[in-house]
Design a protein around this ligand. Structure first.
Ligand code: HEC
Length: 334
């Protein structure tokens, strides 16, 4: 499942589950179901901020930082996102931005995002609804930047998508043109924006953002003309397990250069000539998901290894046809 399909599927599961809750408890926004503020979205607008239950959040253009100018009828239509006095709102890990609170005249504690008070729109019925967008040209969803700066201790700062997940470039791509389709695009889901939408840059993202049209008509985000991808095995923000996979996938620095660290195995210059050394290939490519022990403990004939290696490729092992053959030959000879 691609990240996008996964997202849409998750979205519908959540929509059904929450519709049931929302009908029974219209006033109780289920804030305890997740962080106070997290990343959600819909097909039309792409990513935007939602509450813990997936309900869309808005900012009001007539507010100023730290000050709500919405009360009375306004507040009846645009209920404030609140937390109980004394409790701290929580932000989904990896989502760039700062949450805070302000105390309203009636004592309610309203949550702010980058100092702007957050509201619901009374006409949104369930997760994914964003019918308040652009109402009176003063109400807007909050769209996280398409590309932001994230990072981890090992590699330092690097580019991440709107959900905080690590982005990669593919050295087989050419300027503005993706060479990753089919199985490749399943393992390396392209970072997409909705048709007609331009990607936006978070703080510290200084390169040129653009889009390239894929053969299926979707719009993939580019950075200095390099198409950007996620890696299906990264699970949480900060994961960069795709770094250096196959020596063609790399994490991208904020400056737009490919990063040098070698998360996925040490494949220095001297081992280049031994590319098709089956032992070296197993040591590098087959230990991404589990340890070498798991392989050494198995004893199989050639047909058995062929089936296993093909299953591993299905799981995401990165081997081209020659490398596959070298690995099978090596394993069968052990
Ligand atoms: C992308 C992740 C991933 C990579 C890379 C990977 N594996 Fe696996 N491997 C798995 C998973 C998941 C399982 C357990 C499920 C299964 O057996 O299909 C597994 C199980 C195994 C097993 C135990 C099951 C059995 O059939 O004996 C062996 C042996 C194995 N892998 C060998 C390899 C070899 C050889 C490579 C390199 C060609 C490799 N793996 C690369 C994910 C991976």
């Amino acid at each position: 499942m691609s990240r996008r399909t996964a997202f849409v599927a998750l979205f519908f599961v959540a929509a059904i589950a929450l519709a049931a809750i929302a009908i029974g408890l219209p006033s109780a926004r289920a804030q305890d179901m997740g962080p106070t503020v997290q990343w959600g979205g819909n097909e039309e607008l792409g990513a935007f901020l939602v509450d813990g239950a997936g309900m869309t959040l808005y900012v009001f253009a007539n507010d100023t930082p730290g000050v709500s100018n919405c009360s009375g009828d306004c507040l009846a239509n645009w209920p404030a996102l609140t937390v109980e006095a004394g409790s701290e709102p929580t932000l989904q890990p990896g989502l760039a931005g700062t949450l805070g609170t302000i105390t309203r005249d009636d004592g309610a504690v309203q949550v702010t995002f980058n100092d702007m008070p957050l509201y619901y729109w009374i006409n949104d019925m369930g997760p994914g609804d964003a019918t308040g967008q652009n109402v009176n040209e003063v109400w807007f969803v909050v769209q996280p930047p398409t590309v932001a700066v994230g990072g981890n201790d090992e590699l330092g700062p690097f580019l991440v998508g709107p959900d905080g997940m690590t982005l990669y470039l593919f050295t087989n791509d050419t300027a503005g043109v993706s060479a990753c389709y089919d199985d490749c695009a399943v393992r390396w889901p392209p970072l997409l924006v909705p048709a007609g939408q331009q990607p936006t840059a978070g703080e510290g993202v200084t390169g040129a953002l653009g889009v390239t049209e894929r053969t299926d008509g979707t719009s993939q985000v580019t950075y200095n003309d390099m198409p950007l991808y996620y890696w299906i095995r990264d699970v949480v923000p900060g994961d960069a397990t795709g770094q250096n996979v196959g020596e063609v996938w790399f994490v991208v620095s904020p400056e737009g250069t490919m990063m040098e660290g070698e998360t996925s195995g040490d494949m220095g210059e001297e081992s280049m000539g031994a590319m098709l050394d089956g032992n070296a290939l197993v040591a590098e490519r087959c230990t991404v998901c589990h340890t070498r022990d798991r392989i050494d403990a198995a004893s199989k004939d050639q047909a058995g290894w062929e089936a296993t290696v093909d299953r591993m490729i299905g799981h995401g092992a990165q081997l081209n046809a020659d490398e596959r053959a070298a690995v099978i030959a090596y394993l069968s000879s052990q």
